[in-house]
Write a protein that binds this ligand. Structure first.
Ligand SMILES: Cc1ncc(COP(=O)(O)O)c(C=O)c1O
Length: 383
C-alpha cells in the first residue's frame, strides 16, 4: 500500500467553483476574493480579513503595519517553519529564538522574558500543529513590555484557546492555505485583525501600494486613475484561489472532524507503548490537528528517527519532520550566533519527532496500515 504524507481533499465543489471563475471572465482578485474574505471573517469571528497569496505574505504585511524597523528584535520559537523568522529578516531586524516545550512543541513562555531587550518590538507565537500557544501569558508579557503579538496561525484553522477561536486574540493573526494545510488553495494566506486601519493598510500594501485595487479600477464603478501611496508588494491572491477557498471553507468543519478522528485512532493505538511518546494538547485548548507529531523514545529503541522514517518509506508510508530547528540552517549559522545547547528542548524534540499522515478522506484501511507498521517497527526494534 502507498500512503502519501498528505492528499488534498478536492471534490466537484472545488472544481465547479474554479470553473465558474474561469468562465466568468475574472480570474485575478475580485468578487470571489471579497466573498472569501467575508466568509472567513464570519468563520473566525474577526472584524477584518485580508486575503493574500501566502501565509508568509500575511506575516510580512503584519510586521510592515506594526512598523517593524531595522535593528528591532522579534521573539520567535526556535522550532518553526522558516517563514516565521524569514519575515523578520526582511526588515534587517533580528529573530530572537526562544526554546520550545518538549511535550507541546509550543514556545516556552517561561523563557521569553529573559530574551526581551529595549529593541524587542513583537512576539510571534506559533500555534504548532494546530494547538494554540499560551496566549494569556504571551499577552501579559506583551502588555508589560509594550510589544505587539502577531500570531502565526498557519496550522490553526480551526483552533480554540480557552473558548476563543484563533483569529482575534493577538494584534494580527496570519493563516496559510498552502497545499497541505487544513484549508488548502495550493498557495494562499489571510491576515485577520480587529484594527481597521491596519487592515486597510494591508489591503493597499498587498497590491503595490495602490490606493484602489484592480477590481475597483476595472469594474463598472471604477476608473483608470489610481495613486501609489506606499511602496507595496505583489501579494494579492486570485479569484481562482479564492474559489478553492470558498469551497474548502464550506467543508472545513467536516475536514477538521476527519483529522480529529484520525488523531484519536493514532492516540488510542500508540498510548500503551513506552517506545512512543504522544504529542500533548493542553486541556484548555482545541487543536486543528493539522499535524500528528509522534516522538520516539530513543532510549527504548534500537533505531533512530531517521531509520524509522526510512523503514516507513520502504513500507509505502509518507512522513515528514516538523521542524528542523532554525539555528541548524546554514543561513542562520552564518548570520546569527545561536548555540544549539541553548535550545535543549528543540534538540530533544528534533531527534525524536516524526509527523504521520493525517488528512481528510484518509481511509480506515490506510489508518490501520500506518498503525500496524508503526507497531511492527516498534516490536522489531525494541531494546
Ligand atoms: C508555522 C508556519 N508558518 C508560516 C508558514 C508559511 O505559510 P505559506 O507557505 O502559506 O507562506 C508555514 C507553512 O507553510 C508554517 O508551517
Amino acid at each position: 500500500m502507498q500512503i502519501p504524507f498528505h492528499r488534498p481533499y478536492i471534490t466537484e465543489e472545488e472544481i465547479n467553483e474554479v470553473v465558474d471563475s474561469l468562465k466568468n471572465g475574472w480570474i485575478t482578485m475580485g468578487k470571489k476574493t471579497i466573498e472569501f474574505e467575508n466568509r472567513f471573517k464570519d468563520y473566525t469571528g474577526s472584524k477584518n480579513a485580508v486575503a493574500v497569496n501566502s501565509g508568509t505574505a500575511a506575516l510580512h504585511l503584519a510586521l510592515r503595519v506594526i512598523e517593524l524597523k531595522e535593528g528591532d528584535e522579534v521573539i520567535v520559537p526556535s522550532t518553526t517553519f522558516v517563514a516565521t523568522a524569514e519575515v523578520v529578516n526582511y526588515f534587517n531586524a533580528k529573530p530572537v529564538l526562544v526554546d520550545i516545550e518538549p511535550d507541546t512543541h509550543l514556545i516556552d513562555v517561561n523563557k521569553i522574558e529573559e530574551k526581551i531587550t529595549d529593541k524587542t518590538k513583537a512576539i510571534i507565537p506559533v500555534h504548532f500543529s494546530g494547538q494554540p500557544a499560551d496566549m494569556d501569558e504571551i499577552l501579559e508579557i506583551a502588555k508589560k513590555y509594550n510589544l505587539y503579538v502577531i500570531e502565526d496561525a498557519a496550522h490553526a484553522l480551526p483552533a480554540w484557546y480557552k473558548e476563543e477561536k484563533i483569529g482575534t486574540i493577538g494584534d494580527i493573526t496570519a493563516f496559510s492555505f498552502y497545499a497541505t494545510k487544513t484549508l488548502a488553495t495550493g498557495e494562499g494566506g489571510m491576515a485577520t485583525t480587529e484594527n481597521d486601519e491596519w487592515a486597510d493598510r494591508m489591503r493597499v500594501l498587498r497590491l503595490h501600494g495602490i490606493s484602489k485595487d484592480a477590481w475597483k479600477r476595472y469594474s463598472k464603478e471604477g476608473s483608470w486613475e489610481y495613486d501609489v501611496i506606499e511602496n507595496g508588494y505583489k501579494y494579492n491572491t486570485t479569484d481562482i484561489n479564492s474559489a478553492l477557498g470558498l469551497a474548502q471553507l464550506k467543508k472545513l468543519e467536516w475536514m477538521w472532524q476527519e483529522r480529529i478522528k484520525i488523531a484519536e485512532k493514532y492516540n488510542k493505538a500508540f498510548k500503551d507503548y513506552e517506545e512512543l511518546i504522544l504529542y500533548r494538547v493542553k486541556d484548555d485548548r482545541v487543536s486543528s490537528w493539522h499535524l500528528y507529531p509522534l516522538k520516539l523514545n530513543l532510549e527504548a529503541l534500537k533505531i533512530d528517527r531517521n531509520q524509522f522514517i526510512e523503514e516507513l518509506k520502504r513500507r509505502g508510508i509518507g512522513t515528514s519532520v516538523h521542524f528542523i530547528p532554525l539555528y541548524r540552517f546554514s543561513y542562520y549559522k552564518k548570520h546569527f550566533d545561536y548555540k544549539p545547547e541553548n535550545f535543549p528542548n528543540s534538540e530533544w524534540v528534533f531527534e525524536r519527532v516524526v509527523s504521520l499522515p493525517i488528512f481528510p478522506g484518509m481511509k480506515d484501511k490506510e489508518i490501520e496500515y500506518v498503525i500496524e507498521n508503526i507497531l511492527d517497527l516498534v516490536k522489531k526494534n525494541r531494546r
